[in-house]
Write a protein that binds this ligand. Structure first.
Ligand code: NAD
Length: 374
C-alpha cells in the first residue's frame, strides 16, 4: 500500500491532525492563558520558573513540582505577592521528585483537586539535570558514564548511576503517562489538553561528554515524535516540544559555561516566547520548536516561506530580521511507511466507530428514555 502525500486528504498529517508549520513571525493571543491550569515539573528554576512568572501574569493557575523546595516556595511567594496576581488565581508548590511515581501521582492529584475548574489544561515536563562528573578525575563520587572507573583495575567497574536517565527520561515518561490520563478528564467546553515536552538541542544533535544527557533528550524527541501520531486521535491531546540550545540557567555546569565563553547562546526570553506560543495557541498540534541564538535572516526568494541566514557584517539589509526559533522534525508524517499508515488508519477508523457508538447510545437514551453517556 502506497503511503499518501501530505496534500491527500487521507494523508497521515491530516489523520493525526498535525497543524501547519508554526509561523513565529505572527503574533499570538495570550488571553487563552487566563484561567488555564498548568502543571510544571522542575518549575522552581530556569525555564519552568520563567514560564511560571510569565504565565502567572496572564492569569494562569500554576502547580509547580520540584525537588528544590526552598526555591520553589520562594517563587510561589513571589508570584502570589505580585500585583498582577488575582486572589482567585491558584499558584502552588509541591515537593515532587519526578523519578518517584508516587510523588508525581500526588502532584497531579493536587493539581486536579486544587484547580478552580477541577481539571488540568496543560502539563510541562520540565524537570531535567545534566551529568556533572569530572572527566579528568572520574571517581565513585563523581562518575562519568563514558569512563568506566574502578580503583581496583582487576574488577569490573560498578554499574553506571544513570541518574540523568532517571530524571530526564523515566521522570518524563511518568509525567507523560499521567498527562495522558489526567488531560482527557478535562471536558470543559473551553478547556485545553496540552502536553509540552522539553527536549534540547541535545535531542537533535550529539553533545559529546554528555552521553547520558544526549541519550535522554534524543529519547524525549522519540517520545514526542511517536506520541504526536496518536495523542490527538485517541485523546484530543496536543503534544508539542521545545528543543532549546544552551541558555544560561543553573542547569549549565561552570565548565560548560566556560567552554561557551564568547559564543552566542540562546536567550531565556526566546524560550519563554516559544513556550508561550505553544501553550497559548491551541491550534498548534504536533510541532517542535528549536530555540537558538538569534540569527539574521531574509525571506527566501523562492516564495515558499523559507528563509536564508545572512552571513557577515553589515546588519540592516532590506527585509532582514532576527530569528531565534526554528521548526524541527516537521515532516515526519508527510511520507510514512506502510506500517505507520495502516496503524494510524485503523486507529482513526476505531475512533470514528467509537464516536458513532456514543452517538447512537445517546440517541437511544433520548428516544427511549434510557441512559445516554451522561
Ligand atoms: N539551560 C539550557 O541550556 C537547556 C537547554 C535545552 C534544554 N534544557 C532543558 O530544559 C529543562 C529545564 O532546564 P533549566 O535550564 O531550566 O535548568 P534548571 O536547573 O534551572 O531547572 C531544572 C529544574 O529541575 C529540577 N529538578 C532536577 N531534578 C529533579 C527531580 N528529580 N524531580 C523534580 N525536579 C527536578 C531542578 O531542581 C530545577 O528546578 C531541562 O529538561 C533541561 O534539560 C535546558
Amino acid at each position: 500500500m502506497a503511503a499518501p502525500s501530505k496534500d491527500d486528504p487521507s494523508s497521515v498529517v491530516s489523520m493525526i491532525n498535525q497543524s501547519p508549520p508554526v509561523d513565529c513571525s505572527k503574533p499570538y493571543d495570550t488571553s487563552t492563558l487566563a484561567g488555564k491550569t498548568i502543571l510544571i515539573t522542575g518549575g522552581a528554576s530556569g525555564f519552568g520558573a520563567a514560564f511560571a512568572r510569565h504565565w502567572a501574569r496572564y492569569g494562569a493557575h500554576l502547580i509547580i513540582g520540584d525537588v528544590n523546595d526552598r526555591v520553589g516556595e520562594e517563587l510561589v511567594a513571589e508570584l502570589r505577592s505580585s500585583p498582577s496576581t488575582t486572589p482567585n488565581q491558584l499558584i502552588t508548590y509541591q515537593h515532587c521528585d519526578v523519578t518517584s511515581w508516587a510523588d508525581q501521582v500526588a502532584l497531579f492529584k493536587t493539581a486536579a483537586s486544587a484547580s478552580p475548574t477541577r481539571t488540568i489544561d496543560a502539563v510541562v515536563a520540565g524537570a531535567g539535570i545534566v551529568e556533572r562528573g569530572d572527566p579528568l578525575t572520574p571517581s565513585a563520587t563523581s562518575p562519568v558514564f563514558d569512563l568506566p572507573h574502578n580503583l581496583d583495575s582487576d574488577t569490573p567497574p560498578p554499574p553506571p548511576p544513570l541518574k540523568v536517565l532517571a530524571v530526564n527520561l523515566t521522570g518524563v515518561m511518568y509525567t507523560t503517562h499521567l498527562a495522558l490520563y489526567y488531560l482527557p478528564l478535562n471536558t470543559a467546553p473551553h478547556g485545553d489538553r496540552h502536553l509540552l515536552l522539553i527536549s534540547s538541542i541535545a535531542g537533535i544533535c550529539p553533545l559529546p561528554g554528555q552521553t547520558e544527557y544526549t541519550t535522554s533528550k534524543h529519547a524525549v524527541m522519540g517520545l514526542f515524535r511517536a506520541l504526536r501520531g496518536t495523542a490527538w486521535t485517541t485523546k484530543r491531546i496536543r503534544v508539542n516540544a521545545l528543543t532549546p540550545y544552551f541558555v544560561d540557567t543553573p542547569l549549565l555546569p561552570k565548565a560548560g559555561l566556560a567552554l561557551l565563553a564568547g559564543a552566542a547562546k540562546a536567550e531565556l526570553e526566546d524560550v519563554v516566547d516559544a513556550g508561550t506560543r505553544l501553550m497559548a495557541d491551541e491550534g498548534v498540534r504536533g510541532r517542535a520548536l528549536c530555540v537558538g541564538p538569534k540569527m539574521r535572516v531574509v525571506d527566501d526568494e523562492g516564495g515558499e516561506g523559507g528563509v536564508r541566514v545572512v552571513e557577515g557584517e553589515g546588519e540592516g539589509r532590506e527585509g532582514e530580521r532576527r530569528q531565534a526559533v526554528w521548526e524541527v522534525y516537521g515532516h515526519d508524517y508527510e511520507r510514512v511507511e506502510t506500517f505507520v499508515w495502516r496503524y494510524l488508519f485503523v486507529l482513526n477508523v476505531m475512533r470514528g466507530i467509537k464516536g458513532w457508538v456514543g452517538f447512537l447510545r445517546d440517541l437511544w437514551g433520548i428516544l427511549f428514555g434510557g441512559r445516554g453517556r451522561g
